[in-house]
Structures are given as structure tokens and as C-alpha cells.
Design a binder for this molecule. Structure first.
Ligand SMILES: *Cc1c(COP(=O)(O)O)cnc(C)c1O
Length: 398
């Protein structure tokens, strides 16, 4: 039996390679940062979720080291047996405060948070109304619940209104959206979503993984950016992106809902507690965000410089102000090949970035997705622009 499975998967893997869909992992030989060593060469990294540049910030590393000395390494327990330290409860309080919600509960990852949020809160007489382009972990979490599923077209408010009407009879109606969609860096239309939620007496859950820490005037997220902090009911987010990039996730919301999740949410109940070192480092990240506006300001200046420079070179860039900056090739029939060849040549030119094509994005919409970071200097961005100019001309993209 094993022989048969191995040969089937061997053929499938070969087929992935032939179609150009096989994901190779490049091995880093340095810590995460604006400059990383890959294959023995230093390259500029423009594809990390390290938005605030805190993954290797000396203050965060020092906090992690102090926490390691004080609390040692592992907890070897789930939270409700003997895996809750003062650091966990403090981090949950501070995260809730930061996100502007009553309470919060930690998970091993945001993938787990999304996997564990729906099933305990919603039964078969309830409705989840979900954006078509929501993250894979939301899709899986929705599948794990017994609630009825209503999918609306991406950021289409007419479609959302229609789905809400269809769900009108159901007991609890929950609208779910990514705050920021990772392939385009576009924001959910939260003010309109909250209006519709109010009209239809629905709740709103926003996954803020690509927003927490750096979106909005003080980095609290998409709800802060759009002035709807008091209108979002639940937030799921990650510690694995802007907030230091270690690992971990959280759900924030009203006391009773969070208390219920602690009792019933399976990825919380049946999975190990976060290592104290992660909690200590994340607490330091939250302190930095309260006291030091520089990472946020630098990130904003960097995404502007990056967008403006690419537009001036003639690349196809959507308007926006998120540090996710997709460079599109949709004007060309050979979009997928262009994205692939350009990202290969850019790496040779010392710029590490990734091309995405079908099926990761819709056919004809291949792109190179760049991500600005507060760790970049203006000179790093200028080097990227010079490389894009050269490689873009070579491949006829500009
Ligand atoms: C990255 C991401 C996740 C998963 O977060 P992890 O903490 O890495 O599991 C969930 N949702 C969205 C929208 C994401 O971008």
C-alpha cells in the first residue's frame, strides 16, 4: 500500500514541478531582516511580513532573552492545566486594550484562532457571511462549524447585503472578513460592512493579521484606520507578522464570548500554551508601539517611496497605502512567465521577492508581491527600484 501511495504522490509532485506550481523553500543563513543571506549571498528582502522591522529589533531580542532567563523555555501544558503564566494573562489584557476590545485569548497561531472561533459560538441555526477571498484559515474554520455559510463576492457590498437578507431568519448572523487581503493589499470596506451589519443586526469579525500593529494612526488596525473601533465585535490576529514575527495568534472580543471560547474552543483546549518567551517579546512589541512612533512612521514613508518609485518607472501599481505592493503584469498575455522570470532575475540582482501566478491568484493576474518594512532604508528601496528598472526593461514590462 505504501509503495502505491508513494508512486502516486511521486507522479503528482512531478506534475506540480512541470506546471511550475512546486514551492521551493529558499534557506536563509541569517536572521530575518531587510538584508538576508540566501545561498551565501546577501540580498534585500522584500517579501517578509516583518512590516515594523521588529523581528530582529534589539529591544525585542533583549526582552526575549530576559524572559528566557526568568521563565525558562517550555510549559509542557495546555492553558487550563498548568500552562498559564502571569505573562499570558498580561499579554491577553494588553492585546485586548491595544485592539480596543474587552478581552482576548491567545492561540498557537492565527490559523488556530480562526479554526477555533466559529464552531463554539455558532450552531446550525446561525449564519456565517464570508468574503470570497478570505484567508484559508477562515475557510477551514467556517467548515468546522455547523453554521450555514453564505459567501459574498469580494468586497461587494450589494452581494453582502443580498447574503444578509438570505440569512435573515437565522439566530446569529456573523459577517467575517480579512481586514487586509494579502494578495492585493486592499482593505475591507469596514464602514459599509458595519453599516450593513447594523441594518441586519449582524455581528462583525475581522481578521487583522495583515493590519495589527501598523494600520491606522496608532497601528491598532483597519478598524482604527476607518474610525469603526467601536463597531467591530471580534478580531482575530497573529503575532507572527508585524508584532515581532515569532508565532501565536489571538481572538479579541466581548468578555462573555472570550470566556466561552476558553471553555469550548478546541485548538485552545487541546494544544500547548505559547512559550513564555513569545509572550515576553510580544509585550515588548506592544510597549514599543505605545512609546515609539518611529517604526510606524518609517513604514509609511517606505511604502510611499516604494509605490511612487514603481509608478514613476511605469509599472502597473494599484492605488493604495498598504505596505503590500503588488506589481501587476495583467497588461501582458505572458503575465505568469513575466512574473516568474522577473523575480528570478531580481534575485540575481540582489532583490528577494516572489512572483505569484494562477492558481494562487486568478488567471491573467500574475504579479510580483512586494512588502515594505520599517527595517528598509531609503537606499534599500532605491536599490530595488534600480533593479526593477533594469530587469523590467529586459523583460519588456516597462
Ligand atoms: C497569516 C495569516 C493568518 C495565519 O496566521 P498564523 O499566525 O501564521 O497562523 C491568518 N489569517 C490571515 C488573514 C493571515 O494573513
Amino acid at each position: 500500500m505504501l509503495g502505491e501511495l508513494k508512486s502516486i504522490l511521486g507522479r503528482e509532485l512531478a506534475s506540480l514541478r512541470e506546471q511550475g506550481l512546486y514551492k521551493e523553500e529558499r534557506v536563509l543563513q541569517s536572521p530575518q531582516g531587510a538584508v538576508v543571506t540566501v545561498g551565501g549571498r546577501e540580498v534585500l528582502n522584500f517579501c517578509a511580513n516583518n512590516y515594523l522591522g521588529l523581528a530582529a529589533d534589539p529591544r525585542v531580542v533583549a526582552a526575549a532573552r530576559r524572559t528566557l532567563e526568568r521563565w525558562a523555555y517550555g510549559l509542557s501544558s495546555v492553558r487550563f492545566i498548568c500552562g498559564t503564566t502571569e505573562l499570558h494573562t498580561r499579554l491577553e489584557r494588553e492585546l485586548a486594550d491595544f485592539l480596543g476590545l474587552e478581552d482576548a485569548v491567545l492561540y498557537a497561531a492565527c490559523f488556530d484562532a480562526n479554526g477555533g472561533v466559529f464552531e463554539p459560538l455558532l450552531g446550525e441555526d446561525c449564519a456565517i457571511i464570508t468574503d470570497q477571498l478570505n484567508h484559508a484559515s477562515i475557510i477551514d474554520g467556517v467548515r468546522l462549524s455547523k453554521a450555514q455559510r453564505f459567501i459574498y463576492r469580494h468586497s461587494d457590498m450589494e452581494s453582502l447585503a443580498k447574503r444578509l437578507q438570505e440569512a435573515g431568519e437565522l439566530r446569529v448572523r456573523l459577517i467575517v472578513t480579512d481586514g487586509v487581503f494579502s494578495m492585493d493589499g486592499d482593505f475591507a470596506r469596514l464602514p459599509e460592512i458595519c453599516d450593513l451589519a447594523e441594518q441586519h443586526a449582524a455581528l462583525v469579525l475581522v481578521d487583522e493579521s495583515h493590519a495589527t500593529g501598523f494600520t491606522g494612526p496608532t497601528g491598532r488596525g483597519t478598524h482604527e484606520k476607518f474610525g469603526v473601533m467601536d463597531r467591530v465585535d471580534l478580531i482575530t490576529t497573529t503575532l507572527g507578522k508585524a508584532l515581532g514575527g515569532g508565532l501565536g495568534g489571538a481572538i479579541a472580543g466581548p468578555h462573555e464570548l472570550i470566556a466561552w471560547l476558553r471553555q469550548k474552543s478546541r485548538p485552545y483546549l487541546f494544544s500547548n500554551s505559547l512559550p513564555p518567551v513569545v509572550c515576553g517579546a510580544t509585550l515588548e512589541v506592544l510597549r514599543i508601539l505605545r512609546e515609539d512612533p518611529l517604526p510606524l512612521q518609517t513604514l509609511d514613508a517606505n511604502q510611499r517611496r516604494l509605490r511612487q518609485g514603481l509608478i514613476e518607472l511605469g509599472f502597473d501599481i494599484d492605488p493604495g497605502d498598504h505596505p503590500i505592493v503588488p506589481v501587476h503584469f495583467r497588461r501582458f498575455a505572458t503575465d505568469a512567465i513575466m512574473a516568474q522570470n522577473m523575480s528570478r532575475d531580481l534575485l540575481l540582482a540582489g532583490i528577494y521577492c516572489i512572483g505569484f501566478s494562477y492558481p494562487v491568484v486568478p488567471p491573467g493576474q500574475a504579479r510580483i508581491r512586494l512588502q515594505a518594512s520599517a527595517a528598509h532604508t531609503p537606499e534599500h528601496i532605491d536599490r530595488l527600484l534600480a533593479a526593477f528598472a533594469k530587469v523590467g526593461r529586459k523583460h519588456g514590462a516597462i
